[in-house]
Design a protein around this ligand. Structure first.
Ligand code: FES
Length: 345
């Protein structure tokens, strides 16, 4: 009889994305965008391509990969930005039960996710919609890391702080709000100021942004911490940046709230996202953006992925080459690596 992990290995990234899409109506609004962002932060096609490569180090270099893209080091933490993360230890134990109870057959992915969510919600005595997203992320994690590593993880949960410690409805309402502009805020001559709330694997906080400023530019001005000590890609501000011209892929972020307040995706960003391999949806205001291109006209909430790279051509195929702008990047070696990764050499 096939075991659960062998069975899950039959599904590719497109199957997982379709299962999540199918389950969206059963997922609480607070995690509807978050779970779709999670699946784009941890792309199965990339992991499988690297696992199948003859020379792993050479492949990683060729993709200009920086940071940590592997779930095996982040089993308990990768989903820190899901509201359902607080239920992780129960969901993890129910996934382990599902491994033992799996009877074979050919259940749909969505059905397996729902089964775990049902058991977890019964145990926690909460609505199932609160744990469907974290159940999907948990099963996809099992699929990528295997049974041994999955079971070996402690199942620890990061205590929710700030707005995330409130109810799901309060989180949704807070993400929609803009900062007050004071009693003269109605005047067109007043420079409006907004806030960007961010979270990453090692950092969380808020920085201010002028009306219509790019997220990356506002982040660069935040000198409140030694950001590079928390993430070596952050040499200026909490959002990792390099070229600031849609040429390197360093600054990709997920938008958990306020994406409607960001500028529309321009053709250059759209093309660049394909070259990098980031699975941005074909919408004017998608939930995956380049922080150096997205201008905000209100408060936004973003999540920073723990890695970046350029793998579209090799892993996704059928992408055009990106016209790089050498004068705008700071490191020649990085530029050259990105150029060859983008052209698929
Ligand atoms: S900083 Fe290079 S793409 Fe945004």
């Amino acid at each position: 009889m096939t075991d659960l992990v062998t069975y899950l290995s039959k599904f590719n990234e497109a199957n997982w994305l379709a299962a999540v899409e199918n389950l969206l109506p059963c997922i609480h609004e607070v995690d509807r965008e978050a779970v779709q962002i999670w699946f784009r932060f941890y792309p199965l096609d990339l992991v499988r391509h690297i696992a199948a490569s003859e020379d792993r180090e050479e492949t990683l270099r060729g993709f200009a990969l920086k940071g940590d893209f592997e779930l095996k080091n982040q089993i308990d933490t990768s989903h820190h930005f899901l509201y359902g993360h607080r239920y992780w230890s129960t969901v993890k134990s129910k996934i382990e039960k599902e491994i033992d109870a799996f009877k074979g057959g050919e259940p749909e992915l969505a059905e397996i996710i729902k089964s775990v969510a049902m058991q977890a919600s019964n145990k926690l005595n909460i609505e199932r919609q609160m744990v469907v997203a974290i159940s999907a992320a948990g099963l996809a994690t099992l699929n990528q890391v295997g049974i041994d590593a999955f079971k070996a993880a402690a199942g620890e949960v990061e205590k929710p702080t700030g707005i995330m410690s409130k109810s799901a409805e309060a989180v949704i309402a807070e993400r929609k709000k803009d900062d007050s502009q004071g009693i003269l805020g109605f005047l067109k001559t007043i420079d409006k100021k907004f806030s960007v709330s961010f979270s990453g694997i090692n950092s969380a906080g808020k920085f201010s942004l002028l009306n219509a400023e790019e997220i990356a530019s506002a982040s660069q001005k935040d000198r409140s911490h030694a950001w590079q000590e928390q993430d070596e890609r952050c040499w200026e501000g909490p959002v990792p940046i390099e070229c600031t011209s849609a040429s390197c892929g360093t600054c990709w972020v997920g938008v958990l709230g306020g994406r409607e307040k960001l500028s529309d995706v321009a053709p250059r960003e759209r093309r660049a996202m394909k070259v990098f391999g980031y699975n941005q949806r074909d919408e004017e205001k998608p939930f995956l953006r380049l922080a150096c291109q997205a201008e905000a006209g209100g408060n936004v909430t973003i999540v920073i992925p723990p890695w970046n790279g350029v793998f579209g051509k090799k892993v996704r195929g059928n992408v055009e080459e990106l016209e790089l702008e050498p004068a705008t990047t700071s490191a020649r070696a990085l530029r050259d690596t990105i150029a060859s990764a983008a052209s698929g050499e």
